[in-house]
Design a protein around this ligand. Structure first.
Ligand code: HEC
Ligand code: HEC
Ligand code: HEC
Ligand code: HEC
Length: 182
């Protein structure tokens, strides 16, 4: 009997592990987020992001300035080069199989670049429960230090136009809090 319990426990742990690690969450694209995150009450994250430079990050790679920077590095087309796309879209090279058919890299540095692939956490019951959302793939930014470190995975000297990065100042330009209900 005890042996059976042990086997069942191992099996249960294995199944749980499999579903969390092997059922890969997919990137659904910003449209799948802003449908809920655009109202006044939610905090208009969609509008704030759209007005930020992150929404233009891919478009930037199609400009003459980008082409000039790329040319100096022997890159013909920055909008197709991994060396530029890795910071101007998802922040890392993601296997194409993890991109939902609706995902559009032209939208630049999108919600899921920072918040993690959303297919698992995008539903209302999961979103309303932070712990569940994190278990389903939402990035857990534990404290400001974790956030700054994450920004610096792109805002660093590998960026051809890098000058400096003062977290507090830059965060002010992109922050998008949920309004506190009084
Ligand atoms: C079906 C509607 C819906 C969709 C779709 C949705 N969200 Fe949410 N989201 C919510 C609600 C509701 C909350 C909870 C708001 C609150 O606590 O006031 C939330 C909370 C969040 C939070 C804060 C979590 C916390 O508690 O710290 C983040 C971050 C977030 N959503 C990101 C996203 C991203 C990124 C996407 C797209 C991949 C997305 N959401 C899609 C409804 C949605
Ligand atoms: C995936 C890479 C990536 C990550 C992660 C990232 N950024 Fe950016 N960020 C960019 C790119 C690329 C641009 C330039 C977009 C353009 O001008 O086309 C940019 C531009 C900006 C700008 C506007 C330009 C400026 O210097 O005023 C601000 C502000 C900014 N980011 C803040 C942040 C903050 C704060 C974080 C962390 C919460 C962050 N970024 C995380 C890639 C990233
Ligand atoms: C390590 C991440 C990273 C890589 C790799 C990267 N960029 Fe950027 N890029 C950024 C960030 C972050 C910004 C925002 C400005 C800043 O702080 O450097 C930016 C801004 C820019 C800008 C706007 C600068 C301005 O002031 O108008 C251009 C153009 C650009 N990048 C072109 C490129 C090209 C072309 C490549 C590939 C050869 C490339 N970037 C590779 C992160 C990166
Ligand atoms: C450059 C990275 C970045 C991008 C792009 C981004 N976010 Fe965030 N977002 C963050 C960080 C960092 C926080 C703060 C997390 C914390 O304090 O725990 C945050 C917080 C939030 C919150 C919770 C705010 C609160 O008050 O608790 C919501 C909701 C959210 N983001 C939704 C979105 C949506 C929707 C998009 C796209 C339209 C988006 N974010 C784009 C980095 C980003």
């Amino acid at each position: 009997m005890r042996k059976l319990t042990v086997i069942l426990t191992i099996l249960a742990v294995f199944v749980a592990f499999q579903s969390s690690v092997f059922s890969q969450n997919k990137y659904i694209g910003k449209k799948g987020c802003v449908m809920c995150h655009s109202t006044e009450k939610a905090g208009k994250q969609g509008d704030i992001w759209q007005k930020s430079k992150h929404s233009q990050a891919y478009i930037t790679l199609t400009t003459d300035k980008a082409k000039e920077i790329a040319k100096a590095k022997g890159i013909a087309n920055p909008a197709e080069a991994k060396e530029c796309l890795e910071c101007h879209t998802l922040g890392k090279t993601v296997d194409a199989s993890l991109l939902d058919s609706k995902f559009d890299i032209k939208e630049g540095v999108q919600c899921e670049t920072c918040h993690g692939p959303g297919s698992g956490y995008k539903s209302m019951p999961v979103m309303k429960d932070k712990a569940k959302a994190i278990a389903a793939g939402l990035t857990d930014f534990k404290d400001p230090a974790t956030i700054e470190a994450y920004c610096r995975t792109c805002h660093n000297e590998k960026s051809p136009t890098f000058k400096d990065f003062v977290f507090k100042e830059r965060w002010e330009l992109i922050k998008h809090p949920i309004p506190k209900s009084e």
